[in-house]
Design a protein around this ligand. Structure first.
Ligand code: MSP
Length: 501
């Protein structure tokens, strides 16, 4: 059995979850569900990043101790992902003792291996990024990502000798041409390395809100250093070597383009320094923009996933996030955009197909679904759709996968329109058309279930099928001809009532 380990970044708890975060989550969730459906053993990790100045200051501004603050905020993330039907297997919080132990062990090993040294750091710091900035990275003196002023910081820190890894990183990129995808993001990471790497400060003395440095307890680790280790903590690093070896290094880290440097430069180097293999796959997505800008607390342009789901339904939001944007490029969120997708793809295509087929099965076949025809024209369409969908999910391209699956919906609707079974007398010709349409719907439901789990389970039930689509296996159960003749088909209420803009 293959294994599939997928992670999301862990979210800062100074902020509430917004649909930019939901975008990453839904992609990771759909990939995890797809791999479960394919029979893989899956481990899907997400969580919250709870240390650092940004969080300590947020707690202080609200007049609560940091512990209370992070507890309350972590719950908001757990609830938001629950609301979006996210099926993570673990939820890691960096304030947990298991994580502190793993960080101390991992960074302690880097120290023991001679890759740290004490020095003084002076630099311009953006608290929102939790990162130092070069003068050249600022726009009008402000952080280019957050549009906020930076601060001059100076402190004695331990440094990680990142500069010692330039050649090894370049070699790693050469040996693993697909490690970072898409290629444009791989080039960006390579550009950073080729531009020259400086040693980086990995500890702080200005705050106590972090993981204590085991060899010098007057320091805590810098939040980014502690955060990256979460990917190891959750699979038993330092505590359960057998479990760790099952999942590492064959991980898929899903990340946004703003955190390329940390994941595609620092993280592989840190792994090398600690004597473990770098992560095998880094999948970098773009941003979901609102009127051309990144969503952020600072810009106050956030859209809550909960409110959007109340408006459109959870699965419609999931579908939109997966379908609308090309993986790796930026996408623009708008109400008009989601309404248009909803009406075209969900109401007019999928919802309408089910309603039509169920109505005619009721009027012409006594409510029981006929068998699909082995030589139906739709069979060839379904077979090529299954192959394309399988390939696209395997390549982590959700928009391509859904586009392929929807081809079968379009073709089935077209077949019905040309045969017009609603006008014909009951008989074998009508049965043939409806049996094939039911079979196409069954296959669509299987293929779309990672994107829209609840809706697909409901369609499956209305088709008169047993169990749930996610109990099945793809591609085997998506083979043509498995719709059982005589199943009771139910029309039910419209799945996606049409919406006005
Ligand atoms: N805590 C760090 C990650 C540490 S991982 C070891 C962090 N947190 S974050 O909450 O600021 O961002 C988490 C993820 O959400 C990032 O991948 C980021 O790209 C993503 N997004 C935040 N806003 C986004 C959009 N508007 N659109 C798409 N993704 C966005 O960085």
């Amino acid at each position: 059995m293959s294994r599939f380990y997928v992670t999301t970044p862990i979210y800062y708890v100074n902020d509430v979850p917004h649909i930019g975060h939901a975008y990453t989550m839904v992609i990771a969730d759909a990939l995890a569900r797809w791999h479960r459906l394919s029979g893989d053993d899956v481990f899907f990790l997400t969580g919250t990043d709870e240390h650092g100045d940004k969080i300590a200051r947020a707690a202080q501004e609200h007049g609560v101790p940091p512990n209370d603050w992070v507890d309350a905020m972590a719950e908001r993330f757990v609830d938001a992902w629950h609301g979006l039907e996210v099926s993570n297997d673990d939820f890691i919080r960096t304030t947990e003792p298991r994580h502190h132990r793993a960080v101390q062990q991992f960074l302690g090993t880097i120290h023991d291996n001679g890759y740290t040294e004490l020095g003084v750091y002076r630099g311009l710091y953006c608290v929102a990024c939790e990162d130092y900035k070069k003068e050249s990275e600022l726009v009008d003196g402000l952080c280019a990502i957050h549009g906020r002023p930076v601060e001059m910081l100076s402190e004695e820190n331990y440094f990680f000798k990142l500069s010692a890894f330039e050649d090894r990183l370049l070699q790693w990129y050469e040996d693993n041409p697909d490690a970072v995808r898409p290629a444009s993001k791989r080039n960006e990471a390579l550009g950073i390395i080729k531009g020259g790497l400086e040693d980086i400060s990995i500890t702080r003395t200005s705050t106590r809100w972090g993981v204590e440095v085991p060899w010098d307890p007057s320091h805590v680790f810098y939040v980014w250093y502690d955060a990256l280790v979460n990917y190891l903590t959750a699979i038993g690093y330092g505590e359960d070597p057998e479990r760790f070896a099952q999942w590492w290094p064959a991980v898929h880290h899903l990340i946004g383009k703003d955190i390329i440097r940390f994941h595609c430069v620092w993280w592989p180097a840190m792994c090398m320094a600690a004597g473990i293999d770098p992560p095998a796959h880094l999948l970098v997505h773009g941003w979901l923009l609102v009127s051309g800008e990144k969503m952020s607390k600072t810009r106050a342009n956030q859209i809550s996933p909960g409110r959007l789901s109340d408006d459109f339904g959870v699965d419609a939001v999931r579908y939109y996030l997966l379908r609308e944007t090309t993986f790796g490029l930026d996408g623009d969120f708008s109400h008009e955009g989601i309404t248009a997708r909803y009406n075209a793809d969900l109401a007019n295509n999928l919802g309408n197909l089910l309603a039509r087929v169920a109505t005619v099965v009721a009027s012409k076949c006594g409510g029981r679904g006929p068998a699909p025809r082995a030589d139906s024209r739709l069979r060839a369409v379904a077979e090529s759709v299954v192959a394309d969908t399988v390939r696209a999910w395997g390549e982590a391209q959700p928009h391509v996968a859904l586009e392929a699956t929807w081809r079968l919906i379009h073709e089935t609707n077209a077949e019905l329109e040309s045969a017009e079974p609603w006008k014909a007398e009951p008989g074998p010709a009508v049965d043939d058309v409806l049996g094939s349409a039911l079979e196409a719907l069954r296959i669509v439901t299987l293929l779309a279930s990672p994107a829209m789990p609840a809706t697909c389970a409901e369609i499956w039930r209305r088709l008169g099928l047993e169990g749930r689509p996610d109990d099945r296996r793809v591609p085997d159960d998506a083979a043509w001809g498995l719709y059982p003749a005589g199943a009771v088909v139910e029309k039910g209420a419209p799945l996606f009532p049409r919406r006005r803009g």
